[in-house]
Design a protein. Structure first.
Length: 104
């Protein structure tokens, strides 16, 4: 009985330590993500920090390049159906901020 209690306490200590490490890693991960706009994120762990559409691995520059080539939202959505008008707006806003010399 005492042995079972000691094993249970050992398991709890391990679980607490793992939980603490996971929470620390999640806090660190959150700190590394920078929102450049509501739908544009920059995270060193995703594509080396290339700005991407939020919660994707789609680089914002791809959207900008396709718009510059004359493509419409409908054209872009054929390849990336999850791209929204708000995503497009934010890509353009971030590009305008960079060209204006603002910190992003």
């Amino acid at each position: 009985m005492a042995r079972d209690h000691a094993i249970q306490q050992g398991h709890q200590v391990i679980a607490d330590a793992l939980s603490h490490r996971i929470e620390g890693a999640l806090r660190e991960k959150r700190r590394q993500v920078t929102l450049l706009a509501p739908h544009i994120a920059q995270d060193p762990a995703v594509l080396g920090g290339t700005p991407v559409l939020l919660n994707t691995r789609l680089p914002a520059w791809i959207i900008l390049a396709r718009l510059a080539a004359g493509e419409t939202l409908a054209n872009i959505q054929q390849d990336f159906p999850y791209v929204t008008q708000n995503d497009i707006r934010d890509v353009l806003q971030v590009a305008a901020n960079v060209l204006r010399g603002d910190d992003v």
